[in-house]
Design a binder for this molecule. Structure first.
Ligand code: NAP
Length: 352
């Protein structure tokens, strides 16, 4: 199979760095262009970026010049990790110019013709790109907290139906980008507000667990996602953790379930990435931890190269029925790795 040329837009940022680390040596995508803002354009990557990952910057990227997104890019695929607000017009323009854009930003996630995708959860929603009417297309992955939560909810929704869910997050500082939250705000502290985050968790979850309808109401209109009928309530907090978002979830299921049934639903859960053996797919998307004090973000975010989600502490909840704790990498599974898995899915389905 021919290797596709890829540009990373927002290459100097927290997620951009993850992209470079994950795409280095990738069997299907080769990074041929690096893009950032006017602050960095024209500089060599190593000069403009403050590399914060533990693994060293791959040598092939150090001397590559940074471009602007409106320049001609020698690439077919674009992995985008730029701030929301900026991302909307920049990504639309890239798709109009023929690039196949896989985005981390929120701007287009809820557009009716843009797939909001987790390949294990709703791979069939990929078909929405056919309605975009541009030479290229736009595909998004969810917010980093939503991905972790929905990976844990999907097996339960399939097996028992979920009626109501209360989710309280404990989110890592790397989720705020680089340099992120000021030290004096977060050291020894919990910040009980992240702008816009709760709305994202509540709305994106319903689109992800929703159903692709060929034409809503049986008419001749375009296909659309019918949101899942779940009542969601989210509270999002920032905690002094470097990597890994965690969520305490309380769920009301549509029918009675025993503890063993829920554990089995999680452990047996597989999706298209596993069936298609996509290069970045975890073998087991959801891992159940039996120890009472696990999962923990620092110890468990790297499971299956950061692509698996951990669940644990399943126990009865006197109000909604069941409660549990889940955790996963925000910059790999929740961002760069998620976009790369989306692109691998598109390649495997012949959509790229
Ligand atoms: P970040 O560290 O602040 O990085 C932002 C990047 O965007 C930098 O490379 C910056 O370049 C570049 N940029 C800014 N304006 C640009 C423009 N007009 N054209 C091209 N590049 C531009 O942010 P981040 O945390 O990596 O987040 C990136 C996106 O991913 C955001 O939309 C965020 O919400 C989303 N996201 C982040 C996470 C996470 O865990 N961090 C998870 C999921 C989704 P300069 O260096 O030149 O300024």
């Amino acid at each position: 199979m021919a290797v596709k040329k890829a540009a990373v837009v927002g290459a100097t940022g927290a997620v951009g760095q993850r992209f470079l680390s994950l795409l280095h040596g990738h069997p299907q995508f080769r990074v041929t262009e690096l893009v950032a803002s006017e602050r960095s354009a024209g500089k060599a990557y190593a000069e403009a970026a403050n590399w914060v990952l533990n693994e060293p910057l791959p040598k092939e990227f150090a001397g590559m010049p940074l471009k602007l997104a409106n320049e001609d890019l020698d690439a077919e695929v674009v992995f985008s990790a730029i701030p929301s607000g900026t991302a909307g017009p920049v990504e639309s323009d890239l798709a109009k110019r023929g690039y196949k854009v896989f985005s981390n930003a929120k701007d287009h996630r809820m557009d009716p013709d843009v797939p909001l995708l987790i390949p294990e959860v709703n791979a069939d929603h990929a078909a929405l790109v056919r309605q975009q009417g541009t030479d290229g297309f736009l595909v998004t992955n969810p917010n980093c907290t939503t991905i972790v939560l929905v990976m844990a909810l999907k097996p339960l929704h399939d097996a028992f139906g979920i009626r109501r869910c209360i989710a309280v997050s404990q989110q890592a500082v790397s989720g705020a980008g680089y340099p992120g939250v000021p030290t004096l705000d977060i050291l020894g502290n919990v910040v009980p507000f992240i702008g816009g985050e709760e709305e994202k968790v509540e709305t994106e979850t319903l689109k992800l667990l929703g159903t692709l309808r060929a034409s809503p109401g049986g008419g001749r209109g375009p296909a659309a996602i019918e949101p899942a009928a779940i009542t969601m309530s989210a509270t999002c907090t920032r905690v002094p953790v470097e990597e890994g978002h965690s969520i305490t979830a309380h769920v009301e299921l549509g029918r009675d379930a025993r503890e063993a049934d829920i554990l089995h639903a999680w452990e047996s859960f597989r999706g298209d990435p596993q069936r298609l053996k996509l290069p970045s797919a975890p073998q087991q998307p959801v891992h159940v931890h039996r120890a009472a004090n696990r999962p923990q973000p620092r110890r468990d975010w790297g499971l299956e190269r950061g692509m698996a989600v951990s669940v644990g502490r399943l126990r009865p909840d006197p109000i909604l029925g069941w409660k549990f704790f889940c955790s996963g990498s925000n910059t790999v599974r929740g961002a760069a790795g998620a976009s790369i898995l989306n692109a691998e899915l598109f390649l495997a389905k012949g959509l790229l």
